[in-house]
Ligand binder design. Structure first.
Ligand code: PEP
Length: 333
């Protein structure tokens, strides 16, 4: 087994501490570090072996190994058909909470695209608090979502809830979304680690930053380094007036610890439409590299979470303000 180290000195220091029968062979292999970061071609089996070994042996000391900025000092940039995510780029992911009909998602997509979104969001499998609430339109929803994204020239992002649906969702989506309730569904994270498609990993509503980093590491350990981390609000002692509390401090902290793009979802953080814009602006000022926003043309009749949905017009105004703030933040870097 090989332990990749940051420098040759470090490799020798560790080697001296290990007895000669120890299966760990510390080496400084620059190319392999690069390869682990997904840039060079190492066979997946080798990547998995190295990543898993590193994760199993050192996780106790550091939550993120291949996800860490030490390992990959530059920002990771993720490129999809219609979007560039990470670095100084700013990305808008927007759309309805759930896919209600083919006509509706197409019209919502048209409106968010006009406001600057390149990624069309929408849930076909919905994680609802009550089993009696609308659970999503399943594959019919995925088809409608795909058709709308294709017609509009946008990327599609949708939530995956269950390992049994990984191949089905994979056959439609451009980006997988792992929701707050599944952030530590390790079977799901491992399955997505075997894919070579971007994954948005939302922070669990009660997860620490280290929990989130470890969850990301599960995906990376499988060799899939195309990860975006999403701050979507956490549970605190006062969630009477907002649904959750957006942890803006998590944004720069995560960016200092990892190389993955960090994006904010002010809709689920606020839970109330009138608070979405101020929270989105705060997240942008804190350095968020994108926003996920829920919109609906008739929020009172939305199938899911109408209370937090912005109208397309309000989203367009939000996007204009966000661009101005991001310009300042990006030029400051
Ligand atoms: C969603 O984005 O549709 C969603 C359910 O989000 P979260 O997992 O953050 O609650």
């Amino acid at each position: 087994m090989i332990l990749i180290t940051k420098s040759n000195d470090k490799a020798q220091e560790i080697a001296q501490k290990l007895d000669t029968n120890n299966p760990i062979k510390p080496v400084f292999v620059h190319e392999n570090r690069v390869a682990l970061a997904g840039v060079k071609n190492l066979p997946d089996s080798t990547l998995n072996e190295i990543s898993q070994y590193i994760v199993e042996t050192i996780t106790n000391h550091h939550p993120a190994i291949v996800s860490s900025r030490d390992f990959h000092p530059n920002d990771s940039i993720i490129k999809t058909n219609h979007s560039i995510i990470g670095g100084n780029h700013f990305i808008f992911m927007a759309g309805p909470d759930s896919i209600e009909s083919a006509e509706h998602v197409l019209e919502m997509g048209r409106q968010v695209k006009a406001a600057g979104a390149t990624i069309l969001r929408g849930g076909a499998f919905k994680p609802r608090t009550s089993p009696y609430s609308f659970q999503g339109n399943g594959e019919v929803g995925l088809k409608a979502h795909r058709a709308a994204a294709d017609e509009l020239g946008m990327d599609m992002i949708t939530e995956i809830l269950d390992t049994r649906d990984v191949d089905l969702v994979d056959s439609y989506t451009d980006i997988f979304q792992v929701g707050t309730r599944n952030m530590q569904n390790f079977a799901l994270l491992k399955a997505l680690g075997q894919k070579r498609k971007p994954v948005v990993l939302k922070r669990g509503m009660s997860a620490t930053i280290d929990d989130l980093l470890n969850a990301a590491e599960y995906i990376a350990a499988g060799g899939n380094m195309q990860i975006m981390l999403m701050e979507r609000g956490i549970r605190t002692y006062d969630n009477k007036y907002t649904r959750n509390t957006i942890d803006v401090s998590a944004i720069p902290v995560l960016q200092s610890l990892t190389h993955y793009p960090v994006i904010a979802d002010a809709s689920h953080a606020a839970g109330v439409a009138k608070f979405v814009t101020p929270l989105a602006l705060a997240a942008t000022a804190a350095g968020s590299q994108g926003l996920m926003t829920e919109i609906h043309d008739d929020p009172a009749h939305a199938f899911v979470d109408g209370a937090q949905a912005l109208t397309p017009e309000a989203f367009s105004q939000l996007a204009d303000k966000v661009r101005k703030i991001h310009d300042i933040v990006a030029h400051d870097n």
